[in-house]
Ligand binder design. Structure first.
Ligand SMILES: Cc1cc2nc3c(=O)[nH]c(=O)nc-3n(C[C@H](O)[C@H](O)[C@H](O)COP(=O)(O)OP(=O)(O)OC[C@H]3O[C@@H](n4cnc5c(N)ncnc54)[C@H](O)[C@@H]3O)c2cc1C
Length: 408
C-alpha cells in the first residue's frame, strides 16, 4: 500500500533530544528553524561556548531537510561558466572552493559528531537529455578540469546505459565526489550533537517577529513568549515566515515531489548506480535506496501533497526507465525548494542585523552544512571570515527584478 509520507520518516530511528522544560528570558544567539542550516549553526556556536536557543515552528526536519533526495552534490546550482560570465573568473573560482569545502564538511562533521546517517560515496551524474544540454555540460567539464581538486569525467551514452540502466540521455557529467545519505538521520543526529553542546531546542515554537532594542540586542517574539538575544540567525530557507520580507521577496518557493518505488526485480537497474539529476524540463533526480528501492523525484508541483501530481513523477520515471514496467509506489511526499532570484544561495546580514542563508535552489544538502558553519563564523567574527565577506558582498536581487543571469 502506498503511504503519503516520507520514506526517510518511516526509516529513521534516532531519537530527538528531550524538550527543554523552561523558557529562557535571554540567550547569546537565537536560531529560527531546525533544518540542516539552523542545526549546523547551532552545533558550532554551542561548541564555541555560546548560549544558543533554537526555535522550530513544527518539528525538527519538518522542512526540506527531512524531505529531500539525500544527494550530497558538489558545486553550486548554477553553471560555473555562467558564474564566470557574471562575476569574473577569480570570484567564480573562490565560490567554487566554498562548494568543494561544503561537500568535504559533511563527512567531517558526521565523524566529529558521531552521526549515523548511511553516508555513501556513490558519485553523481548530471545527465543530458539532448545535445544542447550535453554541449553546456561539456563546457562545464573543461572549466572544472582547470580548477577542481578531483577529476570529473564525461560519460557517453553507452557508459550511462551501463552505469545507470537508461537510454534516456546522450551523455552526462560525472562527479566522483558525490555522496548519498539518509537526510532525516543526519538532521536528527545534528539535533543530538547540538544538544550535547548545550543548545536548547524548542519545537512547536513559531517565531512571530524579531525586533531590535535600543541596547542593540534583539527581542524575539514566539508563541511561548519573548526572549532577548545578542544575535539572531534566520534559517528558514523555502519556509521563510511572513515577517522575513527581505528574504521572501528574493526567493520563490516551488514544490518538488518524490516517490519511493519497489523494484520487482532488483537487477532491473544497476545496484550501484550514482545519484543522478538531469536537465530535462521536469528536472528529475533519483538514486537507488536499499536492495529494491528506487527514489525518484522531480520539480515542480504547484501544491503540497496533492495526489494528482505524483502520477507525473511516476510518468517521468517510466520515461527514464521504460523497463520498470509497473513501478510499485510505496511512499510519496513533497517539500518546498527555495529558488533564488539568480539561482545562487545567499548568505548575508539583513538590514535589521539578522544573519541568514537561503536560496539553495534544490542544491542545499551539502551547501546548507557549509552555510550553517559560515553563519556560526559570521556570528562569532562578523565579516572577518573571508567566505562570509565574499558571500555577503554578492548582489541578491528582488525576485521581481530578476534577470536570467545563470543557467539552471
Ligand atoms: C523534495 C526535495 C528534494 C530535495 N533534494 C535535494 C537533494 O537531493 N540534494 C540537495 O542538495 N538538495 C536537495 N533539496 C534541497 C535541500 O533539502 C535544502 O536546500 C535544505 O534542506 C535546506 O535546509 P534548511 O535548513 O536551510 O531549510 P529547511 O530544512 O527547510 O528548514 C527550515 C525550517 O524553518 C522552520 N521555520 C520556518 N518558519 C519558522 C518560524 N517562523 N519559526 C520557527 N521555525 C520556522 C521550518 O518549519 C523548517 O523546519 C531538496 C529539497 C526538497 C524539498
Amino acid at each position: 500500500m502506498c503511504r503519503v509520507t516520507s520514506y526517510w520518516d518511516a526509516t529513521s530511528t534516532s531519537d530527538l533530544p528531550p524538550e527543554c522544560a523552561t523558557w529562557p528570558k535571554s540567550c547569546d544567539v537565537l536560531i529560527i528553524g531546525a533544518g540542516f542550516t539552523g542545526l549546523v549553526a547551532a552545533y558550532y556556536l554551542g561548541k564555541a561556548g555560546l548560549d544558543v536557543v533554537i526555535c522550530e515552528q513544527h518539528t525538527v526536519a519538518y522542512g526540506a531537510s527531512g524531505r529531500n533526495g539525500g544527494q550530497l552534490l558538489g558545486g553550486w546550482p548554477g553553471d560555473l561558466s555562467a558564474m564566470r560570465k557574471w562575476l569574473g573568473w577569480e570570484m567564480a573560482q573562490a565560490l567554487w572552493e566554498i562548494s568543494e569545502e561544503a561537500l568535504g564538511r559533511v563527512p567531517r562533521l558526521v565523524k566529529q559528531a558521531s552521526i549515523h546517517c548511511d553516508l555513501q560515496a556513490v558519485g553523481h551524474l548530471e545527465a543530458a537529455g539532448g545535445y544542447a544540454a550535453a554541449r553546456a555540460l561539456q563546457e562545464e567539464l573543461s572549466l572544472l578540469q582547470a580548477i577542481a581538486t578531483h577529476s570529473y569525467a564525461w560519460w557517453d551514452r553507452a557508459r550511462v546505459l551501463k552505469k545507470v540502466g537508461t537510454q534516456a540521455y546522450v551523455g552526462g557529467l560525472y562527479d566522483p565526489s558525490g555522496l548519498a545519505f539518509h537526510p532525516k538521520k543526519y538532521v536528527l543526529g545534528l539535533a543530538q550533537a547540538a544538544a550535547r553542546e548545550n543548545v536548547r531546542l524548542y519545537q512547536s515554537t513559531p517565531v512571530h517577529a524579531v525586533g531590535r532594542l535600543n541596547s542593540g540586542r534583539f527581542r524575539i517574539h514566539t508563541q511561548r513568549g519573548s526572549v532577548e538575544s545578542d544575535a539572531v540567525v534566520l534559517a528558514t530557507n523555502a519556509y521563510a515566515p511572513r515577517f522575513a520580507h527581505y528574504v521572501k521577496a528574493r526567493l520563490r518557493s516551488v514544490y518538488s515531489a518524490q516517490v519511493l518505488v519497489q523494484l520487482d526485480n532488483p537487477e532491473q537497474l544497476p545496484r550501484t548506480m550514482p545519484t543522478v539529476s538531469d536537465r530535462q524540463a521536469s528536472y528529475n533526480y533519483y538514486r537507488r535506496v536499499g536492495d529494491r528501492g528506487l527514489l525518484f523525484g522531480g520539480r515542480a508541483v504547484p501544491a503540497e501533497l496533492r495526489m494528482g501530481h505524483y502520477p507525473s513523477v511516476v510518468e517521468q520515471l517510466r520515461h527514464v526507465f521504460p523497463n520498470v514496467t509497473d513501478p510499485r509506489v510505496l511512499y510519496q511526499w513533497s517539500g518546498r525548494i527555495a529558488l533564488s532570484s539568480d539561482y545562487m544561495p545567499h548568505l548575508r546580514q539583513l538590514p535589521n542585523g539578522v544573519w541568514t542563508a537561503s536560496g539553495y535552489t534544490g542544491h542545499g544538502a551539502a551547501l546548507s552544512t557549509q552555510m550553517g558553519w559560515l553563519l556560526s563564523q559570521a556570528v562569532l567574527h562578523g565579516r572577518l571570515c573571508d567566505q562570509v565577506r565574499l558571500l555577503d558582498s554578492l548582489p541578491w536581487r528582488h525576485w521581481a527584478l530578476r534577470r536570467e543571469t545563470l543557467n539552471f
